[in-house]
Design a protein. Structure first.
Length: 323
């Protein structure tokens, strides 16, 4: 029993001794770190940049340099702060110089005093990289462009759109940097699909905009789309063929001289249709230019409430003679 007690006491003493050694090592390391951090060092530190005081009526056409690299001389404690918590400095654009009509620049050396004043008092800046900051600057402009919908509408059998889609508004005013706004010819909506449509509809749909950090603004963010849907039926008429652009002193005979037009019309408008509301014409000059030995009939007059028109036959033979 005495031997076991002796071994247990030895273990306790060894554990205490180990803890004391570790404690001394930790304290020694901490003192060493404190001594090291209390000394001055030169190091490169990244900082974020915010640009202010852009000349009135001007806009940055592209995103300028977002960060710069500062070579600093300061105490180790401060360097740790700058590395762990990235600072933001402001750069005044009042003193920028033109390189050409749209490109301006500013030597980084000219910013030393300005940036130095925004840092801790015991920090000294040696240099700034890049050594020159460039800015694409142009006018802020506004213009109006059309809106194009990206819709896929599948109507139930026997149904179709009556008239045209109603889009409100059908134009949007965009404002922003000249470089970006000039390149925008139209805007497009998000894609939307409707299936088995057999009744009137109305919905809003967002406009696709440039990426979130773009400086282009839109007068509206969404549009309203509506449509009247009617049940449709097929109807047909036999219509005489007219020929235009014949040479002087020539006459023409067509084979056949009548065509059948087949179309869709809403049930509510069926009783309104009249064959005199339709006109089919062939352009002789166009056929000659295209090297065709036949005429192509086209519907040149029709009521607004009919759709899906087709002509039978879709080619017309002819005989032309000098009068």
């Amino acid at each position: 029993m005495k031997v076991k007690k002796y071994k247990s006491n030895s273990k306790i003493k060894a554990t205490k001794k180990t803890k004391m050694i570790l404690g001394f090592l930790v304290l020694s390391f901490l003192f060493w770190v404190l001594i090291k951090l209390s000394k001055e060092y030169i190091d490169v530190v990244p900082v974020n940049v915010e640009y202010i005081n852009l000349p009135k009526g001007k806009m940055l056409q592209k995103e300028p340099q977002k960060t710069v690299q500062l070579t600093l001389k300061t105490f180790g404690f401060d360097l740790i702060k700058y590395h762990l918590f990235k600072r933001k400095v402001k750069v005044d654009l009042q003193s920028i110089k033109p390189k050409n009509s749209s490109l301006f620049y500013q030597p980084s050396a000219n910013l030393l005093t300005e940036i130095q004043s925004q840092l801790l008092s015991d920090v000294e800046i040696y240099s700034i990289k890049p050594d020159t900051l460039f800015y694409n600057i142009g006018q802020a402009i506004t213009k109006t462009v059309s809106i194009e919908t990206n819709l896929e509408i599948d109507y139930k059998s026997g149904y179709n759109l009556f008239g045209n889609l109603k889009i409100e508004p059908n134009e949007v005013t965009i404002s922003g940097p000249e470089l970006l706004v000039d390149s925008i010819l139209k805007v497009v909506t998000q894609k939307k699909t409707l299936a088995d449509v057999n009744s009137n509809f109305e919905f809003t749909i967002p406009i696709l905009q440039l990426e979130n950090n773009s400086k282009v603004t839109y007068s509206v963010k969404e549009i309203k789309v509506s449509g009247i849907v009617d049940k449709f039926t097929e109807a047909k008429f036999t219509i005489p063929v007219l020929v235009k652009n014949l040479p002087k002193n020539y006459s023409i005979s067509t084979f056949p001289d009548n065509v059948e037009i087949v179309f869709q019309v809403g049930i509510s408008d069926y009783n309104k249709i009249n064959k005199n509301d339709f006109k089919v014409s062939c352009d002789y000059e166009r056929s000659v230019k295209d090297g065709l030995n036949y005429l192509i009939p086209k519907v040149v007059l029709k009521p607004s409430y009919v759709s899906d028109i087709r002509i039978v036959p879709n080619q017309i033979d002819y005989l032309i003679k000098n009068d």
